[in-house]
Design a protein. Sequence first.
Length: 391
Amino acid sequence: MERVSFVIATVHEVALKGGNRGWFERTLVHNVRAALKGLPVAEVSIPARVVIRFSEPVAWHEVRRRIETVFGINGMMPVERAGTTYDQLERFVSEHAAEFSGATFAVRCKRSDKRFPLTSEEVNRRLGAFVNELTGMAVNLENPDVTVHVLVQSDGLYVYKDHYPGPGGLPVGTSGRVAVLMSGGIDSPVAAYLAMKRGTRAHYVHFHSAPYTSDTSVAKVERLVRLLTRHQGSSRLAVVPFGDCQREIVSSCPERLRVVLYRRMMLRTAERIARRWRCEALVTGESLNQVASQTLENLAAIDRVAHLPMLRPLVGLDKQEIIAIAERAGTFEISILPHQDSCSFLQPQHPATRTTAAACEEAETPIDVEAWARRLQHEATVTVVQYSWNA
Ligand code: ATP
Ligand code: MG
């Protein structure tokens, strides 16, 4: 399959039922158009499935890799238009008979336009007999060499041979807006991917410890965010210099609680930034019990400082599953590049695995946490990240 003039993408039915259907569809069409930016798109409509018409033939692999980033799309196929009547369908098939190579075939029709005079079953039978007559191929419904798929839609008849999986999920923008706490690691990019997959628009907050560490994490996060932004066109990234705050926590608070206290400060700051961006939830890449700071007790003590809902899309996943998604999302190879996460004086020897909000509040008394959160918010550098397919 080299070049295509029509592509049809299928949509997860569940999301499109009910009163919000029109809005879901408009958002999805908008997202498809955005993903195809720069290609000669003549029209994107959604009579039942998403129908994309190009004004000139376009390389299929290019279309495919772009549609693969549009959440809400379940599958896609390069199609050819075969007119609007059954007779035109037969004519189309006879003109393309040379493309059907194999000993056996099957016709599979799906009819979404119930006004079409033939049922799916009738199309299967009549076109099956026609192809058999035309080519001599035998019908085999179980395991055919060639499948002639026919879609009967209100906008016409389409024929295709192969279909390809889409990313699934819901269209970005239909589930609200979130701020992702983004490290340079493997997990938080996957959390962002999954949050977008459920239809949220994601923005990002990253904390770095420069000058106490190198700022390689910032460059990694920028790369990760740019890649993830291909699912939504543009996003915001706030980069927060966190080293001085960490140094004060190190000098004023109990060593065992450090990591939990850092995380509470991150959350307070991220929440301020998130509200400014009108985000409705925070997302982290935490799983349960993956590391010492992620016991249920510690997560509870961390969450206590947040007022927005905390979403943890990875909570039920083990590392292998997370890595598989990271590979699918394309983030894995960036995440595993070396970077300096923290330096040894910032890390505790024996981090507490079970703490409480009360113990954290007590430990925080020497520092003015609200003043720090305000200061960190103001010191954040915010950039708008755009994804460009041609870059
Ligand atoms: P990741 O792979 O995302 O770094 P992790 O398994 O290393 O996660 P932690 O280091 O405990 O786990 O971090 C837990 C979560 O806290 C991260 O997934 C991320 O959401 C957030 N987080 C950690 N460090 C930072 C940071 N420097 N900036 C922003 N968020 C962070
Ligand atoms: Mg990490």
